[in-house]
Structures are given as structure tokens and as C-alpha cells.
Write a protein that binds this ligand. Structure first.
Ligand code: BTN
Length: 233
């Protein structure tokens, strides 16, 4: 495992994808600036230079790759617990893999990969940024805005990466169950959401997360389960 740092990259996820053959399991690529950061559903991830964490972890372990739905929740859970340790006890997991504090987004996670070859877990955590300019689907926040403290980005990277990898290893040994963990920290539970499935738009209330990590939603006249790939807010 190594952490490779760049001053500037287009996207850490893209770098890993292009270099996956020469990189190893749990290698991490970090950049102080991304010029073309990728978000979920073809959105962009915009983040100020040197103020935030932007990194990706390569997974080459076949067992973990095959359990990518669990890995998605587990990554968000690790970040959520890490934030608790920094004095933010009320961070929650927004299915499938964001971390919210109250109604604001502090962390976005983008999983990309190809089964059974590799999985890339790309993490964007807002750390020291205080002003967010532009249009956002959900209001952003940062660790600094929530704690009134500034953090050392490089030290935070080391600690968070070892926490994530430690949690992945515990998961392999069945010592963490992401499904159980999200029950206590499910940001969307009982919330009304809009979603699109098979080109049909619905409104519904979130009833919970199923054992296969799909989400259970009650609409006016039916209960619908959707997996992470299907949801568009
Ligand atoms: C989202 O909320 O839409 C997911 C955002 C993921 C952003 C991170 S930043 C590091 C990694 N590299 C990217 O290009 N994207 C992810």
C-alpha cells in the first residue's frame, strides 16, 4: 500500500483507472487540486485547491470487489465514524454513499470499477473550505464549518486512509457489518424522496435498507426497492 500525492490531477479516480495495472491493492492516489473531479451521475466535483481531501483507493481484492454495495456503505460509515472522532457526532450516511451533517453534504463518494478486476473508491471530503460558490444540489458544509477548527490535510489523509483500510479488513473478517451499521445512521430513513426508475418519476418515503443494500421506498400505492445504480434524484 502506498499513498501517491499530486499537486494537480484531472481526477484521482481517472488516474487510478488509467494506471490500475501498475498499482496494487489499497494504493491511494491523492491530489491537492482536481481540474475535472467526477461526481455521481455524471456530475462534477468542485473543490478548492489544498483545502479539502480528494483521493481514491484502488481495491484489487476479489472478495471486496464483489461486495461493492457493502463497500459503498462501509466507506461512508468509516468517514462518518472518523468525523465522530473529530467532534461531529451527528454525521449520517446518505444512501448509497454520501455523508451528511444535518441537511448538508460534507462528503461525496464515487465508486467505479469493473467486476471482478478492480474497484475504485473515490472520496471527496470538505475539510477547510468555508465558502462554497456556485449551484449545488444540496447545501455543502465542511469539517471546519462544523467544528470551527482548521485541520492539517496531509495528517488527515493518513489517518482517514488507515481507518478505511482497517475497516475493509475488519469487514473481510466479518467483524463489521455495514448493513447493521447503516440502520443506526441512515440519513434518509422516513424522509420523502423523489426518484426515477425505468424512466418513471416517483415520490416516496424511505422505509429502510434491504439486506442486499437496495433501498425500500413506499410510494402512494406500492413499495419499490431500488439499487444504487438505478436511483436519480
Ligand atoms: C458525489 O457526491 O457525486 C461523489 C463525489 C466524489 C468526488 C471524489 S474526489 C476524489 C475522487 N476523484 C474524483 O474525480 N471523484 C472522487
Amino acid at each position: 500500500m502506498q499513498i501517491i500525492k499530486f499537486d494537480k490531477l484531472d481526477s484521482t479516480n481517472k488516474y487510478i483507472k488509467e494506471n490500475k495495472n501498475t498499482l496494487s491493492n489499497y494504493d491511494v492516489v491523492f491530489s491537492y487540486l482536481q481540474t475535472s473531479g467526477k461526481g455521481r451521475n455524471d456530475r462534477v466535483w468542485i473543490s478548492n485547491e489544498k483545502e479539502n481531501l480528494m483521493f481514491s483507493i484502488l481495491i484489487k481484492d476479489e472478495e471486496l470487489i464483489s461486495k461493492y454495495h457493502a463497500m459503498s456503505i462501509l466507506s461512508a460509515y468509516s468517514v462518518r465514524n472518523y468525523l465522530e472522532g473529530l467532534g461531529i457526532p451527528h454525521a449520517e450516511i446518505k444512501w448509497p454513499n454520501d455523508v451528511f451533517i444535518d441537511n448538508k453534504k460534507v462528503c461525496g463518494i464515487l465508486l467505479e470499477g469493473s467486476l471482478p478486476e478492480y474497484l475504485i473508491i473515490g472520496i471527496g471530503l470538505n475539510v477547510n473550505q468555508k465558502e462554497f460558490v456556485g449551484e449545488f444540489k444540496t447545501t455543502p458544509t465542511s469539517v471546519c464549518l462544523e467544528t470551527n477548527k482548521e485541520f492539517d490535510i496531509d495528517a488527515m489523509l493518513e489517518t482517514l486512509v488507515s481507518k478505511l483500510i482497517n475497516d475493509f479488513e475488519l469487514f473481510k473478517k466479518d467483524l463489521i457489518n455495514p448493513w447493521i451499521e447503516i440502520q443506526n445512521h441512515n440519513y434518509l430513513l422516513n424522509k420523502e424522496i423523489k426518484f426515477v426508475k425505468n424512466n418513471i418519476a416517483y415520490n416516496g418515503i424511505v422505509l429502510g435498507i434491504n439486506k442486499d443494500y437496495s433501498i425500500k421506498i413506499k410510494t402512494d400505492n406500492q413499495i419499490i426497492d431500488i439499487s444504487s445504480g438505478e436511483l436519480e434524484f
